[in-house]
Design a protein around this ligand. Structure first.
Ligand code: ATP
Ligand code: MG
Length: 320
């Protein structure tokens, strides 16, 4: 059976894009073995606040549970808690070229400002490859922003297998439907992001109803004046229609004004987020519960990860 891994960086507040593009597909596919990985190691590649990273890791795990991820079927893990990830990371660095890592678009973008570029920012895609390969994953849902990194993971796995003998499953990237890509409400040609400098276009999963209403009412539209789905000519309106479709699970009806559309989107988003908020509040009463879930997740995946590392060590020439 196929094994899937979906990653979340604990870099900030999870938003509606994360829910529609990643969490809901994860919840919908819980009949197959899946891992929800919080990439806390990846959050250390840029300037970070230690207590914030720890807090975000627990928050992301809690939100995953609140959104319906069932820990008895999907392992929820933090990559820092499973040392096999970092051990495999090093072994994979030994089959990756410096040029291959330096060519990654995200590295170029994030290091462009100069300043204090961490070495881990360069090697981050190799850690991502380890995150996937260590668990024998064969399917990774990826958006455009991660497809180059997944390609590198495939290259590394294929090269290792050819050179040192079969150690890895070569993972396949599966693309979320384009409608699952939620755009920034204040700049609808960019995707909604945790790390966007302004929160004006982001709907946080734990935002109170007033904030949701305000952000949607200020969503950028256009001067066409007709509610029509046209991603090119009317990206803002189309994004609102995508959100409405995703939140109601049906085709949107007709709208006579942008105001009417925004009101319906607000109600639909609130209907989806209210139960998540409520469940999150309940779960937050017992923070030790979330830590236990992470420990259980780790225990459930570690034997296989340890076996992958053993196999890799053997193949590459280390003593076991
Ligand atoms: P960052 O800005 O820190 O990269 P992010 O918002 O891109 O944060 P990630 O933690 O990188 O969030 O991604 C978590 C998951 O959510 C991934 O599966 C990613 O493909 C998905 N995702 C992220 N943003 C969107 C979006 N706007 N629409 C749909 N899916 C998204
Ligand atoms: Mg991202």
């Amino acid at each position: 059976m196929t094994r899937r891994l979906t990653g979340f960086q604990p870099t900030g507040h999870l938003h509606l894009g994360n829910l529609i593009g990643a969490m809901r597909p994860l919840v919908a596919a819980q009949d197959r073995p899946s891992i929800a990985m919080i990439a806390d190691l990846h959050a250390l590649t840029l300037e970070h606040d230690p207590s914030r990273v720890r807090e975000n890791t627990l928050t992301v795990a809690t939100v995953l549970l609140a959104a319906g991820v069932d820990p008895s079927r999907t392992a929820i893990i933090a990559n820092s808690q499973i040392p096999e990830h970092t051990e495999l990371h090093y072994l994979l660095e030994c089959v990756t070229g410096y040029g291959e890592a330096a060519r990654m678009i995200q590295f170029k973008e994030k290091s462009a400002g100069g300043g204090n570029v961490r070495l881990s920012l360069l090697t981050y895609p190799v850690l991502m490859a380890a995150d996937i390969l260590v668990h024998d994953i064969d399917q990774v849902p990826v958006g455009d922003d991660q497809s180059q990194h997944l390609e590198l993971a495939r290259t590394i796995a294929t090269r290792f297998n050819a050179r040192y003998g079969p150690a890895f499953t070569v993972p396949e990237g599966i693309r979320p439907e384009s409608a699952a890509r939620i755009m920034d409400l204040s700049d609808p040609v960019r995707k909604m992001s945790k790390s966007a400098p302004s929160a004006a276009g982001r709907i946080g999963l734990l935002d109170p109803p007033e904030t949701i209403r305000r952000v949607i009412s200020r969503a950028v539209t256009d001067t066409v004046g007709v509610v029509r789905y046209d991603r090119e000519a009317q990206p803002g309106v189309s994004n609102l229609l995508d959100i409405l479709r995703a939140c109601t699970d049906r085709e949107p009806g007709e709208f006579t004004s942008y105001g009417a559309l925004k009101r319906e989107v607000t109600d639909a988003v609130e209907a989806v987020l209210a139960p998540i908020r409520a469940r999150y509040a309940e779960l937050s009463e017992d923070p030790s519960h979330v830590r236990e879930i992470l420990a259980k997740g780790r225990a459930s995946v570690q034997p296989r990860a340890a076996e992958t590392v053993r196999r890799t060590r053997e193949a590459i020439g280390l003593l076991n």
